[in-house]
Design a protein around this ligand. Structure first.
Ligand SMILES: NC(=O)c1ccc[n+]([C@@H]2O[C@H](COP(=O)([O-])OP(=O)(O)OC[C@H]3O[C@@H](n4cnc5c(N)ncnc54)[C@H](OP(=O)(O)O)[C@@H]3O)[C@@H](O)[C@H]2O)c1
Length: 338
């Protein structure tokens, strides 16, 4: 196996996880004859130090991610690593050797390309793995809470899947902004969520979830809705009419539906959709303001180096299956060199 990071050439054979069908993580397989990609215009070639595992990876293995790749494809889309090549037309390129965190196709591999415009340098003194989540989990949590959710001190905020990658970031941020946090998670993850500072932690699967949240809060100001089918009805029921906001950014349990009739006659809430990649593309100045704010959160010590559970690349299919089944907590990552 290659260990000398200087030895790479375009087209060289490297290790990667390839998704060969849309039948889920069971058809994700390790290969050692993936070819190192060539950076296109505006791209860096990055030697991947650690690749982030996200729920979107699970959705992609089923072909259920909007605009996602078609099988066969090299899986993964979030990583941190070292710039080892620069494509044409990169404005003000970072020097080769800089460690960056970002997104791009084929992150579950030893080398990948990333759009130069969308990467951030790995914060000084942090490892690649510690920087994972910066442009994905934290940016999504921040946009949901602040830019879209307009969180204010004293707001009651409901955060579903609070022990997850995005959920943990959201709990920490909501507490930082002075919100009262009502979190949901599986019972065996409640200690994790409590330790992050959540005021209340409830089992999202309890049948009286909406009644209990209403009893505790009298109605919430903001919901971070990423579970979908299993929680959406409760989210609607507990949100304060007219002033309450629901930011929808995922559907881990499947799709939920809502009619115009529901919005007019039953649930008069402010409903906002969020996809962080779409936000970066459609509202670049808003996205840049998110990244500036994350840098401030790092400087203030609110955003600490991440502590992902790092697995060898070959364990990727198992990690994805665990994530799919809701059995993980926090951030998971793959090391393509192990
Ligand atoms: N829109 C965007 O730009 C964006 C960006 C990043 C992530 N996301 C979304 O945000 C959510 C969290 O992402 P993540 O990567 O951090 O994943 P995650 O939260 O670590 O994992 C998903 C969690 O959802 C919960 N869940 C509840 N019902 C479930 C069900 N029926 N099946 C599976 N899981 C269920 C589980 O936690 P409990 O067992 O504790 O309930 C599970 O651990 C996902 O929906 C993802 O698609 C969206």
């Amino acid at each position: 196996m290659e260990t000398n990071k200087q030895q790479h050439t375009a087209g060289q054979r490297v290790r990667a996880l390839v998704q060969r069908s849309h039948r889920g993580p069971r058809d994700l397989t390790l290969t050692s004859d993936h070819r190192t990609p060539t950076p296109g215009p505006g791209e860096y070639l990055v030697r991947v130090g650690a690749a982030g595992v996200n729920f979107a990876d699970v959705m992609q293995t089923h072909g259920a991610y909007g605009g996602g790749p078609q099988a066969p494809y090299v899986a993964g889309f979030e990583a941190a690593g070292e710039i080892v090549g620069v494509g044409k037309e990169v404005e003000h390129p970072l020097p080769v050797g800089t460690h960056v965190v970002g997104t791009g196709p084929g992150a579950f591999a030893q080398y990948m390309t990333m759009s130069a415009a969308a990467v951030l340098p790995v914060p000084s003194g942090w490892s690649d793995a510690q920087a994972l989540g910066l442009v994905l989990n934290w940016a999504t949590a921040l946009a949901a809470l602040k830019q879209l959710g307009e969180v204010k001190t004293g707001d009651a905020v409901l955060i579903h899947a609070a022990a997850g990658g995005v959920g943990q970031a959201a709990v920490r941020l909501a507490r930082h902004y002075g919100a009262r946090v009502i979190a949901t998670a599986s019972p065996d993850k409640h200690d994790t969520v409590k330790a992050l500072g959540a005021d209340e932690v409830l089992d999202s699967r309890r049948p009286d979830l909406a009644a209990e949240i209403t009893r505790l809060t009298g109605g919430v100001d903001l919901v971070l809705e990423s579970v979908g089918q299993a929680t959406f009805e409760a989210s609607l029921a507990v949100t304060k009419p007219f002033t309450g906001r629901i930011v929808v950014f995922g559907a881990a349990s499947g799709d939920a539906t809502l009619s115009t009739h529901d919005l007019v006659f039953t649930h008069q809430v402010q409903l906002k959709g969020l996809h962080i990649g779409a936000l970066a593309a459609a509202a670049p100045s808003l996205y840049r303001s998110l990244l500036v704010e994350i840098e401030e959160l790092i400087a203030q010590g609110v955003y600490l180096p991440g502590t992902p559970e790092v697995h060898p690349l070959a364990e990727g299919p198992t990690v994805l299956r665990e994530l799919e089944a809701g059995r993980t907590r926090g951030k998971h990552a793959l090391d393509p060199w192990r």
